[in-house]
Design a protein around this ligand. Structure first.
Ligand SMILES: [Zn+2]
Length: 485
């Protein structure tokens, strides 16, 4: 093409120079995600977090905590900006690799702009000074308790507590430094350093408790407990250090339940192999969450499930085993995407049901037959196990529907019926051994099950995992789901 009009040529040149200007200025900060089907805004592209060092100073539930989040990461792409997930706190400063960075909140992202762009494959050291606010609507993150705080971040609420790459696909090591007033006890995931007492009159009088994880962890599994707590120690199988965190006033009353953990760990180890972490224990909180949560090495329970007399003992025990089983399934082996949630909940429900079966209270076969009868309804309401429907807006835990619990345990039962108990047990053991401290998804499970079965199970498992309706149960031709009219 040849330009013939001077006016047109001038116009085109002006447009071209505008394009050039646009090309050198980075686009305005925007909220980003890594494309999770269920939580598109979670996680951020361009870097891999190696470690978080989180410092919190707690005074009371009536005011925000002061916090410093230090992130050690590595870029995996050239970055002009660094997106973190963060909301519900006020940021006072940010540094990238030792130099101040500008910061801006966009949606639920905190976008940092370092002075110079970062190339791919370099260390990234981020420091953010901020507050972390436990007040307001309780929909994940900090949980206020009768005597302090606990944490419940699953699935997408860690970034209500600290700036992070809030997706389970990016696991990292953690150090927690929690300063609390004298008289309160702080506990977090992992093992403690010795607490450091600061003199009254110092700027932050109180005690700083430090904990470190010895294994990588997903943001959703972080736990920090502050309260008038007793830390009860005992030893589990092969010297595993156990520590439970309970309201100090309830220590004696709860001992009967705490004493069950060593036997439960042994029971799980007989089925799937060594416990995967450096310690375990239950955190019993004076809170009404409506759920229990498998926070890594320290599972969170509501006090009422142990103290309300309405629950049968076998039921409470099986719930304890559910959270314990998650330490292998969900914590050590973390889902690659949130659509893989069935691998967490299906397995935890499986061992919960197996344990109840062993106690002679509720047979696995009866539970699975009942699940089979309801499975089509569950699929209609929540989607198939491996492609669940997104939660409704504002319903943060709405993803946790029956289809990913008993509906997914039913998939495991179908697999066992198909390949036999010996091959099924080998699948379970290999799964937690080969993907320990790692992430894995549904395709990985199908591949591993096929290997152990000695035949490609894709065609068998596909309708179980992704079908709108429930396939026939191998070995139980008489099982049926009610026809919908
Ligand atoms: Zn669970």
């Amino acid at each position: 093409m040849r330009l013939t009009s001077a006016r047109l040529r001038a116009g085109l040149l002006a447009a071209a120079s505008l394009t050039l200007v646009a090309a050198v200025l980075p686009p305005p900060p925007q909220a980003l995600g890594i494309g999770d089907r269920l939580f598109p805004d979670l996680g951020n592209p361009g870097y891999d977090v190696l470690a978080y060092d989180l410092s919190f100073t707690y005074r009371s539930n009536k005011e925000p905590l002061d916090a410093v989040t230090v992130i050690s990461a590595r870029t995996v792409a050239p970055l002009e900006r660094i997106n973190l997930d963060f909301t519900h706190g006020t940021v006072s400063s940010a540094e990238v690799n030792g130099r101040p960075a500008t910061f801006q909140s966009v949606g639920e992202d905190l976008v940092l702009t370092p002075r110079t762009a970062l190339p791919e494959g370099v260390p990234l050291h981020i420091t953010v000074r901020h507050t972390s606010d436990p007040r307001g609507r309780a929909d994940g993150g900090w949980v206020t308790t009768g005597d302090g705080l606990a944490m419940a971040n699953q699935a997408d609420a860690a970034h209500r507590v600290f700036p992070c790459n809030d997706h389970p696909a990016d696991k990292a090591y953690y150090t927690f430094r929690i300063t609390v007033p004298e008289g309160l006890t702080a506990v977090a995931n992992g093992l403690p350093d010795l607490p450091v007492h600061r003199a009254v009159g110092a700027r932050a009088a109180g005690t700083t408790w430090t904990y470190r994880t010895h294994h990588p962890m997903a943001t959703e599994l972080a736990q920090v407990s502050v309260g008038d707590s007793a830390v009860v120690r005992r030893t589990g199988p092969h010297g595993l250090p156990l520590r439970d965190v309970v309201p100090a006033a309830d220590r004696t009353r709860l001992e009967k339940w705490l004493a069950k953990t060593p036997g439960q760990v042994e029971w799980m180890e007989q089925r799937v192999g060594r416990y995967p972490f450096e310690t375990y224990g239950v955190l019993i909180a004076r809170a009404s969450t409506g759920f229990e949560l498998e926070t890594q090495t320290l599972s969170l329970f509501e006090r009422s499930i142990f103290t309300d007399t309405g629950y049968p003992e076998w039921y409470v025990e099986s719930i304890m085993v559910h959270e314990l089983a998650h330490q292998w399934f969900g914590d050590s082996v973390t889902p690659r995407t949130w659509s893989d949630l069935w691998l967490n909940e299906g397995h935890a429900t499986w061992y919960e049901a197996l344990y109840a079966d062993g106690l002679g209270k509720y047979s696995l076969e009866r539970r699975m037959r009942e699940a089979y009868q309801r499975s089509d309804q569950w699929r209609a309401a929540g989607g198939p196990p491996a492609a669940p429907r997104p939660a409704a807006p504002g319903e943060k835990i709405g993803l946790f529907r029956p289809v990913v619990y008993d509906g997914a345990a039913l998939v495991l039962y179908a697999l066992r019926q198909k390949i036999g108990t010996a091959a099924f047990d080998r699948v379970q053991r290999r799964w937690v051994a080969e993907y320990a401290d790692s992430v894995a998804g549904t395709d990985d499970f199908v591949r591993l099950a096929s290997q152990e079965a000695g035949t490609d199970l894709t065609a068998f498992l596909q309708p179980w995992l992704y079908g709108k309706t429930t396939p026939p149960m191998p070995g139980h031709p008489d099982w049926s789901t009610p026809k919908r009219v």
